[in-house]
Design a protein around this ligand. Structure first.
Ligand code: GLU
Length: 304
């Protein structure tokens, strides 16, 4: 039987001895203040046990990790609109890249690149009666944890400096792929990205992706087929322009964020979250990626 606990302890040991921890994202001013030495992992092995190590109960900015959750909610409300307005191809470009959108007539490459996530945010603004409150309630329900909340300071900090996201939203609007006001949609998008969550809460929230669409409380939120599609997009597009490298090194569908978190799933088997705020050049958590590579190598558990 795999000794998950000692594998996580080994990872923690190796990671804490690594000198180069990457660089904390600073383009959102509020994210500069994070402690670069923080490190946490939380693992949920389905029908078995949970294991946490290090700072797994410290909240951090989930940022783009929330794009998998908004996608799940949008698909549960209006799947036709989602697949009509967003493509499912990896972009091979940075997450806030603008030019492709113009060449491809306002249809974002995938729901995890910023343009795609902004279209998903627009769909939720149209579908939900109280978008911010309803999305928060959805995440709280998935995680079974009412302490999860937005971080208004982070949301405001991004609002003041998110010029590229304003450019993207305006471009989408010019192509008719944004139904609501630019400001209303971005207001929701910046709030969604500001969600502050721990590794434990993120693992719990992503449980449905490993469990055919049923959350921890066994409630069905998306169908098994929709779950399969989201996992496929996480594998091909979940790591900015480093999805190929992540599949090669780690071999799991997942989603990362510039707050330094990564959540990865092996359907039917486990969900794992890691957090280390320093990023590599492509914007993924440097040590988080290394930790997951060690994890799938030692356990020999990956989708391949
Ligand atoms: N709110 C960030 C942005 O739109 C999310 C970036 C990320 O985590 O990839 O720039």
């Amino acid at each position: 039987m795999t000794d998950f606990k000692s594998i996580l302890e080994d990872i923690n040991q190796q990671i804490s001895n690594t000198e180069d921890k990457g660089n904390v994202a600073d383009y959102i001013p509020e994210l500069r203040n994070v402690n670069k030495n923080a490190f946490g992992i939380y693992l949920n092995v389905l029908n078995n046990k949970n294991f946490g190590i290090g700072d797994y109960q410290t909240k951090f900015s989930a940022q783009s990790i929330t794009k998998a959750l908004t996608l799940a909610l949008a698909i549960s409300k209006n799947p036709e609109d989602v697949w009509k307005r967003v493509d499912v191809e990896p972009s091979g470009n940075p997450f806030n890249f603008l030019s492709l959108l113009e060449v491809e007539n306002g249809i974002p490459r995938n729901p995890f690149i910023n343009s795609g996530a902004i279209v998903i945010a627009d769909i939720l603004v149209s579908e939900l009666e109280h978008p911010k409150e309803d999305f928060l309630a959805f995440v709280r329900q998935l995680s079974n944890d009412n302490s999860i909340d937005y971080d208004i300071k982070v949301a405001n900090s991004e609002k003041e400096t998110g010029f590229k996201n304003y450019a993207i939203a305006n471009l989408l609007k010019s192509f008719g792929n944004l139904k609501n006001d630019v400001d209303t949609v971005l207001d929701f998008y910046f709030m969604q990205c500001s969600l502050a969550m721990t590794c434990e809460q993120l693992t719990n929230a992503f449980y449905l992706f490993a469990n055919h669409g049923k959350c921890l409380q066994n409630k069905l939120h998306i169908t098994p087929s929709q779950t399969k599609r989201i996992n496929a997009i996480m594998l091909t597009c979940g790591f900015y322009d480093e999805a190929g490298e992540f599949a090669f090194e780690v071999g799991l569908p997942g989603k990362s964020g510039v707050g330094g978190g990564i959540v990865a799933v092996l359907p039917n088997q486990f969900v794992i979250s890691v957090w280390s705020p320093g990023l590599n050049k492509k914007g993924n958590s440097k040590l988080g990626m290394e930790a997951l590579e060690i994890f799938t190598s030692k356990t020999e558990l990956s989708i391949f």
